[in-house]
Design a protein around this ligand. Structure first.
Ligand code: MN
Length: 244
């Protein structure tokens, strides 16, 4: 499999610290398997930055041991381990109490993509001119939307948009979304934090992602979010599948 990957993480225009982290790691030189992911940390005293960094670090080291019985199980185990170590680190120090993070990460290996997701970062798959959202927002607003208690318009400007219903590290156990999909040459995968998708609509992201230059596409997304206020940290990982 051949892929090209573009990554950007930007503090935005309002926050002082970038508490997002991202990752693009070659897991296997021979098969060209890749791990990509985004984590958006939360917690006072810059603990969010610690949580997001810990989560992706634990996931990378966990997956570095190979797929074991399969990449999906390995991703699940990696996030379970990350959850426990963040939870324990948060319990050990007052200034880190309650820290946590979103995690949205994918392994691309051979003709498959394996995805794990907790929180309100998102993954999208762009194929044949269509942008499909792969992840469920684990947020209060996301749940109200799914129940039909909010319209998409009401959801967009909702004052409690940031309230998560699931996060990595805030409880001793974590439930997660796991997903396996086939991939095709030409597919583009986008993983981003809410600092992007809160300010740029899905259709617009799809429009930017078709750019023949993936680095330019990702820079364009970050610039657009900043032009619209840059209220939060903005992190984007884009992957194009060139050939299987
Ligand atoms: Mn965020």
């Amino acid at each position: 499999m051949r892929v090209s990957i573009a990554v950007q993480s930007d503090v935005g225009l309002v926050r002082e610290v970038n508490e997002d982290h991202c990752l693009a790691l070659n897991l296997d030189d021979i098969d060209q398997s890749w791990l990509v992911g985004v984590a958006d940390g939360m917690g006072g005293h810059q603990a969010g930055e610690v949580a997001s960094s810990l989560a992706l670090g634990m996931l990378a080291s966990s997956l570095g041991d190979g797929p074991g019985d399969g990449w999906l199980g390995a991703l699940q185990q990696g996030v379970t381990r990350a959850n426990l170590s963040i939870f324990e680190a948060a319990s050990a120090r007052d200034d880190r109490a309650g820290m946590g993070t979103t995690v949205t990460a994918a392994v691309l290996s051979r003709e498959k993509m394996f995805l794990v997701h907790v929180g309100d970062s998102r993954a999208y798959l762009f194929r044949d001119g269509r942008m499909e959202i792969l992840t469920r927002d684990d947020s209060l607003v996301g749940e109200l939307l799914r129940k039909g208690d909010l319209t998409p318009d009401e959801a967009r400007g909702h004052p409690q948009k940031h309230v998560l219903t699931r996060a990595v590290g805030t409880q001793p156990d974590v439930a997660m979304q796991l997903l396996e999909r086939s991939i095709l040459p030409g597919d583009r995968l986008l993983i981003c934090s809410d600092g992007l998708h809160n300010l740029v609509a899905d259709e617009d992201l799809g429009g930017m992602l078709v750019d023949s230059d993936l680095d330019r596409a990702v820079l364009n997304m970050v610039r657009t979010a900043n032009q619209r206020g840059g209220f939060d940290n903005i992190t984007v990982v884009a992957v194009e599948v060139e050939s299987l």
